[in-house]
Design a protein around this ligand. Sequence first.
Ligand code: NDP
Length: 311
Amino acid sequence: MPNTDNTWTLADLYQWDTNGVSLAVVGHPVSHSLSPCMHNAALRMLAEDDCAYADWHYYKFDIAPEQLAEALPVFHDKGFRGLNLTVPHKVDVLTHGLAIPKDSRVTKIGAANTLKWSDQGYHAYNTDTFGMSRAIAETLYPGNEYPLNGKTIVLLGAGGAARAAAFRCLEEGCRELWIGNRNPERLATLVDALADSRVKTFAPAAAGGLDFGEAPLLINATSVGLKPEEGAPFSFSGRKEAWRVFDMIYNPSQTALLKDAKAHGLTCANGLPMLVWQGALALGIWIETTLAEAEAVAAPLASEMAAALPS
Ligand code: NDP
């Protein structure tokens, strides 16, 4: 069996030869990914009840953007049952027609992070939407199955993660969705795609003068904060509202945004539980037949995955 700790390449993929069921995360760079650790722990748990899973293993492949179109048919020929796509492949896989969107929601989001093998090619799913919602429920609104419902939400960003977040906020029934992004053209493209009267926009530099209501939820879906020296993309100074704050970034675990939120006594969480829940639903999709069945098995998989992560 190939080593699940290795970072494999396209050249390795051509030589791939195993009787087991292979799964993988595909990204660039990818060597730091926590996904093999999470998924292999959940697969070991599944194998305790059903020995068919003893031969299932999850790997990581470093595939550059210009290699994706070549690599995906090889993954398919080699029988990889499922793939997770991470930076920078989530949008390209759809715009270049390299996988079949599972439903119109994936097409509307315009980004896919999970692929499932089929005779016709890979079917594309987006599990970041579910992952974000479950993570926000677990950390910020315990006991609330649909934590975005009825909320005023302030979303920072208009990239792939923000598109998935915006779509989920509207689908779950948020009251208002305020979106701010540095690049106004990218923001306008997202707003056009959402086509929903609950969506309002703002310029991040002008956020200080805006009234977002009494208890907004702030979601950071920008990459601001990934570098420890970066500042926060939003400031809570001078605000009286009871904000709850979700930062999709999980490394570093405390961004400048989360530090500022904590300093103002706000309830907040980082993106690690989102990583776990999107992974749990992806594994559910690979082992079950329907999306509803996959969602139904996600909770125990998520518990096992969370327990496996380095503290
Ligand atoms: P994209 O590259 O698609 O989008 C990046 C976003 O960040 C854009 O809105 C961009 O704005 C904004 N941005 C980048 N740099 C700056 C800056 N200096 N100032 C202001 N805005 C900036 O990335 P993704 O959407 O894929 O990912 C966004 C974040 O979400 C990442 O940190 C990623 O790690 C995290 N993420 C976490 C997940 C999890 O499971 N926890 C899952 C998915 C993503 P502009 O349009 O102006 O360039």
